[in-house]
Design a protein around this ligand. Structure first.
Ligand code: HEM
Length: 351
């Protein structure tokens, strides 16, 4: 790996021991990333075992690797396969399988489909199962079908992923609303007015602008996934930066979401960052809770809708407030899905 990007302060192969300490791999990945970013600038590298990682916050390179390349040289990093059907879910397949599965599943998450229930997604999977295989004979799936294992994996993976992600996000929103009563008040007014006029419908929830802004800002402050990765498949030069085969090109999402380079007062909870006008002014690469490009999340709209429905229904009857056990600051763990290290206790008041 070599780098000669003139505009970037470049220092590759930072000390790996900050990530792998005596107690194992650090769970505070976001803190390590922030420290590296503050020390080395917008490109740095590290090894985990023999695997080299190139970390980038340079928006131009990120755009080229994650969006323009479209998965040709920089493949999905999830290449490990196992016999377990669950681990053969969408989160694990190799590059060729990924293309086939992605093509089949992406339409299931369009806005029309989101109006329907989870059960219709399961039916959708079953409709695409390879049924023409002769009993006992193992044949390769066609480009339009899924194997039985893949159907099981997608169904289980979908439910686990959807609930896990939605639960953590809801926990953070509730905490932020309790801490920011004026935001909660404004949100409650929007929810009350909309529900009173049009009831609890998909269109109604989807049309609540402030609710959307609150959820987006929560996902900025607490992105559920803090590393986006692509595997470089051959030596290539991107913006004067030579990247060798096998390197894991990584975007430290927490840094992108908390850098002063991209956000004013980045630690402040401010849903107004997500007005239509503000969004249009910003480079989309700065905000990546669902990744970007060819391998970005296909469940994003579904999960966001799930969080919004839950939140809107709670806020019609209750408000979140602080109590003596509510932590003043959150201690966050970011290895795996981002979550609080201790349970977040809040008080819920009936309106
Ligand atoms: C708050 C909820 C969620 C968040 C924040 C989230 C975030 C992400 C992120 C960051 C990625 C990696 C994207 C990249 O590398 O560019 C991803 C991939 C993916 N997500 Fe989600 N996700 C969520 C919920 C879901 C749900 C409910 C599903 C259900 C099917 C899902 C399905 C997927 C799939 C299939 C991929 C892999 C896409 C591919 O490799 O082409 N996600 N998600």
């Amino acid at each position: 790996m070599s780098a000669s990007n003139p505009g970037c302060q470049t220092q590759l192969l930072a000390n790996v021991f900050i990530l792998v300490g005596p107690g194992g791999v650090q769970s505070d990945l976001h803190i390590v990333d922030m420290e590296c970013y503050n020390t080395f600038g917008n490109i740095w590298g590290l090894y985990l075992g023999r695997q080299a990682y190139l970390l980038l916050t340079d928006t131009e390179i990120i755009h080229k690797v994650f969006v323009e390349d479209n998965g040709k040289i920089f493949a999905s990093a999830k290449t490990h396969r196992s016999k377990c059907p669950v681990s053969e879910s969408f989160f694990q397949p190799d590059n060729d399988d990924w293309r086939r599965i992605h093509q089949i599943l992406a339409p299931a998450f369009g806005p029309t489909q989101l109006r329907q229930k989870c059960g219709s997604y399961l039916q959708y999977l079953l409709d695409h199962e390879e049924t023409k295989m002769e009993k006992g004979k193992k044949s390769l799936p066609t480009s339009a079908t899924l194997t039985e294992d893949e159907v099981v994996a997608q169904a289980v993976g979908f439910l686990l992923r959807a609930y896990q992600m939605a639960t953590h996000t809801l926990e953070f929103v509730a905490y932020l609303l309790a801490r920011h009563p004026s935001v909660q008040h404004q949100l409650q007014q929007e929810v009350h007015t909309a529900i009173k006029q049009q009831g609890f419908t998909y269109e109604n929830i989807a049309g609540m602008e402030y609710l959307d802004m609150v959820v987006m800002e929560t996902l900025r402050l607490f992105p559920p996934v803090v590393w986006l990765q692509r595997t470089c498949q051959k030596l290539v030069e991107v913006c004067d930066l030579k990247i060798s085969r096998g390197i894991q090109v990584t975007v430290p999402v927490w840094v992108m979401h908390h850098s002063r380079e991209f956000w004013d007062h980045p630690c402040r909870f401010d849903p107004l960052r997500f007005t239509r006008e503000e969004r249009d002014l910003r480079d989309p690469v700065c905000y990546l809770p669902f990744g970007l490009g060819a391998f970005s999340c296909i469940g994003s709209e579904f999960s966001v809708m799930m969080v919004k429905v839950a939140l809107a229904s709670i806020l019609t009857r209750y408000r979140f407030t602080w109590c003596s056990q509510t932590p003043m600051y959150l201690d966050i763990e970011t290895l795996g899905v981002t979550r609080s290290k201790i349970p977040i206790t809040l008080q819920i008041e009936l309106l």
